[in-house]
Design a protein around this ligand. Structure first.
Ligand SMILES: [Cu+2]
Length: 440
């Protein structure tokens, strides 16, 4: 979350302000609040404009995105046509795959237009790019069917950004052409142990994209492309603090209210706030991004749009923008354990199974392995299923050798364990994701 810009000349005031604001948050250290004058000075010293590609300090990060027409179930029984970004050879999805880059990298995103409409890629929130890379058809160019174009920039500011199509934006954005673009600062030491990205959107479930003029009437309200009860639960156990990145890439304002706790709002539109603030209800307008820290607690509590009309699907309650935050087991008011609530939707979040079986399945969802611990018999196998839209790795040490299994978004891999033992594993790009295989 640090905002240090290693490749630029900074004034001393700017350096001091960056140290006070970003680094203190990322490292969890106390610091004096910045002054108004200091913040204005920091703004005036802020370098603006195109950062030359030759100024990259950390090598090249490349992605290729295609566009495909897909059909998706956005709410139980509600199937719609979508135009979805996807990596070549992998299932396209709404939102499109999350792109993660690091400060200082030269980022190359090639849009291969495999669809029958012109599209572009607008890099929402990235201020270091050249105008021709901004993806606005009349100021740069459109990418026609069959064409490709590579959008290139040097990542400068750590934070939560987005990408989306900017061609006939009212239709194309509404058809699902968006995704998160996260810029990470590899020098920052985050205070959170888990991370979640939630993208808000609305859908007109009766909409036909071929019918013009386009006058949508939204009746389905989505988080990461799904309406309640298809939105996965968010697991934040007591004792842990997670970063939740909230992006509104829809067309309507939303008012996200979390029951049972208050969160700390730490960044807006990719910028660390000089004074993070506590809230339990966050208004988020189209195009805005907020990063909030959520501490886990006991019990399961809803997080939903407090505009109750958006808690419906096609007018029926409950539906829409509503999901559960699952903490540690609920306690009664007298401190004794409360009866367990069972969940019949979302990703599996059951505790470790105690009986060894011939095989086990570990679901990867929202940057977690669930269950974290599985028991199998010697000779059995474990299958990991990646439900996230980012790649994960399973890095295992077997017989003293570390073995890496890469799981593309929505991919799966099975590993056989011939010998008894306890095998700890983790995800390489997300080392806070950990799990264990017990072979008996
Ligand atoms: Cu488009």
């Amino acid at each position: 979350m640090s905002k240090a810009r290693p490749s630029r000349t900074l004034s001393l005031a700017c350096v001091l302000a960056a140290l006070t604001l970003g680094v203190a948050l990322a490292h969890g250290e106390a610091s004096a609040p910045p002054t108004r004058a200091g913040l204005v000075e920091q703004f005036l010293a802020r370098p603006e404009g195109t950062v030359l590609l030759s100024r990259a300090t950390r090598g090249v990060r490349e992605f290729t995105l295609e566009v495909h027409r897909i059909e998706s179930e956005i709410a139980p029984g509600v199937r719609v046509e979508q135009w979805a970004f996807g990596f070549p050879g992998q299932p396209p999805s709404v939102p499109g795959p999350e792109l993660r880059v690091r400060v200082g990298e030269r980022v190359r995103i090639t849009l291969v237009n495999t669809h029958d409409q012109p599209h572009t890629l607008h890099l929402h929130g990235v201020t270091s790019l050249a105008q021709e890379m901004d993806g606005v058809p009349h100021l740069s160019r459109e990418v026609r069917p069959g064409e490709s174009f590579t959008y290139e920039f040097v990542a400068q500011e750590a934070g939560t950004h987005a990408y989306h199509c900017h061609f006939q934006t009212n239709v194309h954005l509404d058809m699902g052409m968006y995704g998160a673009l996260i810029v990470e600062d590899p020098d920052a030491r985050p205070v959170w142990s888990g991370e979640h990205t939630l993208i808000l959107d609305e859908w007109d479930s009766h909409h036909d994209p071929a019918r013009l003029p386009y006058t949508p009437s939204y009746d389905t309200f989505l988080v990461n492309g799904k309406a309640h009860p298809l939105i996965p639960e968010l697991s934040i156990p007591a004792g842990e603090t997670h970063l939740v990145r909230l992006l509104n890439l829809g067309a309507q304002p939303h008012s996200l209210h979390l029951h049972g706790t208050s969160f700390l709002v730490v960044a807006k539109d990719g910028h660390d706030l000089p004074l993070p603030y506590l809230a339990d209800t966050l208004p988020i307008l189209p195009g805005e991004r907020y990063d909030v820290l959520v501490k886990g607690r006991d019990g399961t509590f809803p997080w939903h749009d407090h505009n109750a009309g958006a808690n419906t699907t096609r007018g029926e309650y409950p539906g829409g923008m509503h999901f559960d935050v699952v903490g540690s087991p609920a306690l009664r008011a007298d401190g004794t354990p409360a009866p367990q609530t069972t969940h019949d939707h979302g990703h599996p979040s059951s505790p470790s199974s105690s009986t060894a079986a011939d095989s086990a399945v570990v679901a990867i969802s929202n940057f977690e392995f669930a269950p974290e611990q599985v028991h199998i018999r010697a000779g059995g196998s474990v299958t990991w299923e990646n439900h996230d839209s980012v790649p994960h790795h399973v890095a295992l040490t077997v017989d003293g050798k570390e073995v890496h299994h890469e799981l593309p978004p929505h991919g799966r891999v099975s590993v056989t364990f011939p010998q008894k033992g306890t095998f700890a594993y983790h995800c390489l790009p997300h080392p806070f994701m950990k799990g264990t295989v017990e072979v008996e």
